[in-house]
Design a protein around this ligand. Structure first.
Ligand code: AMP
Ligand code: MG
Length: 415
């Protein structure tokens, strides 16, 4: 066996060998979490008109430079009105937040800095600058500007932007159809009590949940026994699925048939194995437009290789801008020992400890120890050739989704 590919090498092989997704048009209300397939242009200026941003009085700023001064109130204008009214010399118009600025006026003085004096008169207590408390037409966005790019996933705030520009139907990418195939003669259903040598098929549920978190709906097949003919038949059966994910059967054991079947087929193996821990047996193949990922069966390895490989692949297949897990640097809180050779993704607990992050490795009993692993909110990256990392060092850490799910103590910032 030759030198294993590094993580960077296999990741770029993966990203260079992915097909692009199809598009479809869907109603705006069905767009949350979908990925935009076209650029979106502003169909109007924002704000669409000069707009008052305070409740108060629309004035000519030149009239109120020496204060206090009295102005004649010639009308009022509220949000939704069209500003027919105009402000002349020594005049003011009562204005509500969101209302169009009357002609002649160039500023708004907030109501708190005025006093109503008798009928139809207001006293302005402080001067205003021209443009103060006014949002000018097109000051946020000019008609024709690109406001959203293809490849952006539609978060709630982006849905708001689509709506503001009248995009009641939206061209988005069609997410991949995924199928998860758990393999292993030892697997039993989660409802069963495992007999001698058997284990529950936990990966089926875990991987489906990982897909769902990426907006990918995955079907899960019945677990496949370690049987070469049957594996070949099932591999053939699922030829038309966009994303095929195997769990188990890609290691070097005599009964690990998944990689053998794929290598014997018309699929093209792009890589098998990488210098990473966990996840060394990771396999990636293409068959026409189908993407095939074979993950090692140990639960921690399955989870981590999903995040390292299926995540970026599923993003590209969904049209979503390329991206793996976000990374930060952090101060190491406990020493890490490492046998050199493979890039090590050490499960860890990351927390914010101003002004930066602090990270503590989580001890696990290896790649099957899902119970210890599930407390991790991050993966500490231990470079392949390092033998140990001492306390206090700055290390790189990948954030897992569990990191975002944790609550932080509410902090009160001094203003
Ligand atoms: P494999 O990658 O097929 O050699 O599997 C390695 C180990 O992972 C097996 O011995 C099982 O203990 C475990 N394993 C495999 N598949 C699953 C699964 N679907 N759910 C939970 N554990 C699994
Ligand atoms: Mg197996």
């Amino acid at each position: 066996m030759g030198q294993l590919h590094t993580y960077d090498e296999v990741l770029s092989l993966l990203l260079q060998n992915l097909p692009s997704p199809a598009r479809e048009r869907v109603p705006l209300e069905a767009c949350a979490g979908r990925v935009l397939a076209t650029a979106v242009e502003a169909d109007l200026d924002l704000p669409p008109f000069d707009r008052g941003v305070m409740d108060g009085f629309a004035v000519r700023s030149a009239d109120v430079q020496s204060v206090p001064c009295r102005l004649r109130v010639v009308g009022d204008v509220a949000a939704g009105d069209s500003a027919e009214i105009s402000v002349g010399l020594k005049e003011a118009v009562r204005i509500m937040t969101g209302a169009p600025l009357p002609r002649g006026a160039d500023a708004v003085q907030m109501v708190e800095k005025t006093v109503q004096v008798g009928a139809g008169l207001v006293e302005i207590l402080e001067p205003v600058l021209s443009g103060e408390n006014v949002a000018r037409r097109a000051s946020e966005v000019q008609k024709g500007t690109i406001v959203l790019r293809p490849g952006q996933r539609l978060s709630s705030s982006k849905i708001g932007v689509l709506a503001a520009f009248g995009q009641h139907t939206v061209e988005v990418f069609r997410p991949p159809r995924a199928v998860i195939i758990p393999t292993g003669t030892e697997l039993v259903d989660v409802r069963e009590i495992p007999g001698p040598g058997e284990i529950r098929n936990s990966n089926a549920y875990m991987l489906k949940a990982q897909c769902a978190a990426l907006g990918v709906d995955a079907d899960v097949t019945q677990p496949l026994g370690d049987d070469r003919e049957r594996t070949a038949a099932v591999f053939e059966e699922f030829r038309s699925v966009d994303l095929l994910i195997f769990s188990g059967g890609v290691s070097m054991g005599d009964r690990d048939y998944v990689h053998m079947v794929i290598k014997d087929s018309d699929a093209r193996v792009v890589f098998h194995k990488a210098a990473i821990k966990p996840g060394k047996p990771i396999l990636f193949a293409r068959r026409a437009n189908q993407v095939i990922l074979g993950l090692p069966g140990n639960p921690v390895s399955s989870f981590v290789t999903f995040e390292l490989f299926v995540r970026p692949a599923a993003r590209v297949l969904s049209g979503w801008e390329q991206g793996g897990l976000p990374r930060v640097t952090a101060r190491l809180e406990a020493a890490v020992r490492h046998k050199p050779g493979r890039l090590f993704f050490q499960p860890a607990s990351l927390r914010f400890e101003g002004p930066g992050f602090a990270v503590t490795p989580i001890e696990t009993k290896g790649s099957a120890d899902m119970v210890a692993f599930c407390e991790a909110n991050s993966l500490l990256i231990v470079p392949a050739e390092v033998t140990h990392l001492e306390v206090g060092r700055t290390v790189e850490v990948m954030l897992l989704e569990t990191f975002w799910e944790e609550g932080f103590e509410n902090e009160v910032y001094a203003s």
